[in-house]
Ligand binder design. Structure first.
Ligand SMILES: [Zn+2]
Length: 294
């Protein structure tokens, strides 16, 4: 067990609070300790917070941010980029903050007009996902980025059926309104649609200890997507975070060992004082002093 696993608290990178692990709530499908009790963020939101701050130099100034299927957690994190216009887009209105009602397959936006598209867990809902991907390619500026996440099983091909019943969708795709579960061909679909990408996982960026400390899932990938066919230079390079975390944990372990040694020394000294003649003399003097007072 790593030193982090033994800690009773975790850090939520979405709201910036240190929170008791036991207070984290279960996530969708009963995943234990998934949701921050303070801001309700899930694992992917906490990694997004890290990703957004790490990508800030690559993203640069954001004039237009397209936030597809916005949630209060993601909207808050994306707002840290201080976009000129933050457009929340969804197909329907359900109480969330949405500015534009439209389909991702037919965006009411000009070509090359968006600096950042945020699109987490949307494509698996859309029957014609390639049309949605082509729209992302169309509206992105040449330097613009999209952050994309989908449910995926590597080592398989995409399982999809746009015509089946909600019950079968739930059984096959994990949710009644999902029409597929992506496999290895997901990345080919991005490329066919005029997009190129860098795939990153939390464990590559943060290391296993930091993943545990932030309660993020080590292998849940995010695609950092750009227009074009040439693979972009790595947009998110190596970070020093795993090294920083390793050093911190090393200090923590050394500190604990020193504290344990100090406690053991105090116990030894106390035992020795308990046996010493001096202690008996002190007790006798105290007894005499108390009888004299009576
Ligand atoms: Zn939080």
């Amino acid at each position: 067990m790593s030193a982090v696993e033994r800690l009773p608290k975790r850090y939520c990178s979405a709201c910036g609070n240190v929170v008791w692990l036991r207070n984290f709530k279960p996530g969708p499908n009963g995943r234990p300790h998934a949701r921050c009790p303070r801001c309700k963020s899930l694992e992917r939101h906490r990694f997004l917070a890290v990703l957004v701050s790490s990508l800030k130099p690559a993203i640069g100034t954001v004039d237009v941010l397209l936030d597809v299927a916005p949630s209060p957690q993601t909207t808050e994190i994306l707002a840290s980029l201080r976009p000129g216009r933050h457009i929340g887009l969804d197909l329907g209105l359900d109480g969330r903050r949405v500015d534009v009602l439209a389909s991702l397959t037919e965006l009411p936006l000009a070509d090359a007009s968006v600096d950042l598209v945020f699109c987490y867990h949307v494509l698996e809902h859309i029957p014609d996902d390639r049309a949605a991907m082509r729209e992302i390619a169309r509206v992105l500026t040449p330097e613009g980025l999209a952050l994309v996440q989908v449910p995926i099983r590597f080592g398989t091909v995409t399982d999809e059926d746009v015509d089946t019943t909600p019950e079968e969708r739930k059984a096959r795709f994990g949710q009644h309104d999902h029409v597929r579960w992506y496999g290895d061909d997901f990345e080919g679909r991005l490329q066919e649609s005029g997009l190129t990408f860098q795939r990153v996982t939390p464990v590559e960026v943060l290391g296993a200890d930091m993943c545990a400390w932030l309660r993020v899932e080590e292998d849940e990938p995010v695609w950092i997507v750009r227009r074009g066919s040439a693979m972009p230079a790595r947009l998110l390079g190596e970070t020093r975070l795993p090294g920083v975390m390793g050093a911190l944990l090393g200090e923590l372990t050394a500190e604990r060992a020193a504290r344990r040694a100090a406690r053991a020394k105090v116990a030894r000294l106390e035992a020795r004082v308990g046996r010493s003649p001096l202690r008996r003399v002190v007790r006798r003097v105290k007894r005499i002093a108390s009888t004299r007072r009576k």
